[in-house]
Design a protein around this ligand. Structure first.
Ligand SMILES: [Zn+2]
Length: 121
């Protein structure tokens, strides 16, 4: 790989992370999350897989009405919980959809009875 190619890949991962992080329901310790994201990509995960795992986790949070304080930090999700959600079969079918955010109907916001609305952006 040329240096230029390596830099492109680096930047692509940065952009992939930004999109992943933007839709993660708890925004904490971004720099650490980026390190964990890069590590996951280096370990062979694709951006699509990481997005699917995040979405499966959000679907579970929605269904369970998890309080904001119990949503794992993004870095922790990527390091410890990724495998639990990578191979979840059709998570959307198993959970009830829950209310849709009025402000961001197409985003992954969800309502937590304990914490109120947890917005994805
Ligand atoms: Zn929202």
């Amino acid at each position: 790989m040329t240096l230029f190619g390596a830099e492109n890949a680096w930047e692509e991962t940065e952009q992939g992370f930004a999109a992943w992080y933007a839709a993660y329901p708890r925004k904490r310790e971004r720099a650490d999350a980026l390190r964990a994201y890069r590590a996951a990509i280096r370990a062979g995960r694709t951006a699509e897989q990481l997005g699917q795992a995040r979405d499966a986790y959000v679907a579970e949070l929605r269904a369970s009405g998890t309080e904001a304080a119990f949503i794992v930090y993004p870095a922790g999700f990527l390091r410890r919980k990724l495998d639990d959600y990578l191979h979840v079969e059709a998570p959307v079918k198993k959970v009830k959809a829950g209310p849709v955010c009025r402000d961001h109907p197409d985003e992954r916001c969800f309502y937590s009875p304990g914490s109120g609305w947890i917005h994805a952006r």
